[in-house]
Design a binder for this molecule. Structure first.
Ligand SMILES: NC(=O)c1ccc[n+]([C@@H]2O[C@H](COP(=O)([O-])OP(=O)(O)OC[C@H]3O[C@@H](n4cnc5c(N)ncnc54)[C@H](O)[C@@H]3O)[C@@H](O)[C@H]2O)c1
Length: 291
């Protein structure tokens, strides 16, 4: 029988791609979001995840809609700093994540994947990263309240896993999420190396983000693990080495990087999750999808 997964935030930019990918790969998906999806790809439950009771119901089952949930993908959040005042970002995101983690515990769900963020790596890198490519090995340095929330959620997940040695929680530190329609903008980034240096010129194609989520669900492990998830290349046509020399000349470069390789390292995700991104904005241009 298909495994049932509740995707919170399934109506959002990344959520839509995840719901589609999981449905296509045989998962029984329920979208739990406060906003209805533009396109109904699976059953939808309108839920405010800042309310614990609603979250428990969403993760256990609602009347005759569904009963019993095997896994949770928690993406629902205000997805960036500055969209609303800081306290409002914090008040939505952190309690919603606590509620999802605690409701999963109550429901006996031991497969939890959630969206962390590249921001915990120290974005916008006004203080440069300690080395390049940036990876999961150095301590988080959140520079915004949004990012502070993501950092606290990673720490919270660690404690939930300590309480239950059978639990697996995977935090995916997504880069800036892009749909193919966004790629028309990319050539405009080239003129000014500092326009996108705030995240080391990285991005994540939503379809590859969805692949990472699916692989994280399939990953057999216990305990908490975090992964940087980015597309394999930068948003720039200019070579990565030239960009580093211009903007981060004093940052140690730890290994050789390809001509357009991302500087948010996806080595760990490739190694442990088998993450294998398939999409690049460069291909979309070549295929005439944009521009
Ligand atoms: N967009 C990015 O560039 C980016 C980068 C890194 C990490 N992330 C993270 O990825 C996740 C998804 O981001 P996105 O770009 O798809 O965002 P989005 O805004 O497109 O979608 C988020 C969804 O969550 C829902 N939501 C928010 N608060 C809720 C609540 N309290 N109860 C129920 N539903 C709620 C919204 O209705 C929305 O549909 C977020 O956790 C975000 O922080 C996003």
């Amino acid at each position: 029988m298909a495994q049932r997964v509740v995707v919170t935030g399934g109506s959002g930019k990344l959520g839509r791609a995840c719901v589609r990918d999981l449905v296509e790969h045989g998962w029984d998906v329920v979208n739990a979001d406060s906003t209805a999806p533009a396109e109904p790809l699976c059953p939808f439950v309108r839920v405010d995840l800042t309310d614990f009771g609603q979250t428990v119901e969403a993760l256990t089952g609602i009347d005759d809609r569904y009963h019993g949930v095997d896994a949770v993908v928690h993406l629902a959040a205000i997805p960036a700093p500055g969209l609303v005042p800081n306290a409002a970002t914090f008040r939505n995101n952190v309690p919603a994540s606590y509620n999802v983690f605690a409701a999963a515990k109550q429901a006996g769900i031991r497969n939890v994947v959630w969206a962390s963020s590249e921001t915990v790596l120290g974005l916008p890198f006004e203080t440069p990263p300690p080395y390049i490519p940036a990876d999961e090995e150095y301590p988080p340095s959140p520079e915004s309240v949004y990012s502070l929330g993501k950092h606290l959620e990673e720490m919270m997940a660690g404690q939930f896993c300590r309480w239950d040695p059978e639990l697996k929680m995977v935090g995916l530190r997504f880069s800036n999420v892009m749909d193919p329609a966004d790629y028309a903008e990319f050539p405009g980034f080239d003129a000014d190396a500092r326009l996108r240096s705030w995240n080391l010129w990285s991005y994540i194609d939503a379809r590859d983000g969805a692949q990472a989520v699916r692989r994280a669900l399939e990953y057999r492990a216990t305990g908490v693990e975090v992964f940087v998830i980015a597309s394999p290349d930068t948003v720039m046509s200019r070579p990565t080495s030239e960009l580093i020399a211009e903007v981060f000349p004093d940052v140690p470069v730890r290994r050789e990087v390809g001509p357009h390789e991302t500087l948010l390292s996806i080595d760990k995700a490739r190694r442990l999750l088998g993450y294998d991104p398939k999409h690049s904005w460069r291909d979309e241009f070549r295929d005439g999808a944009v521009g």
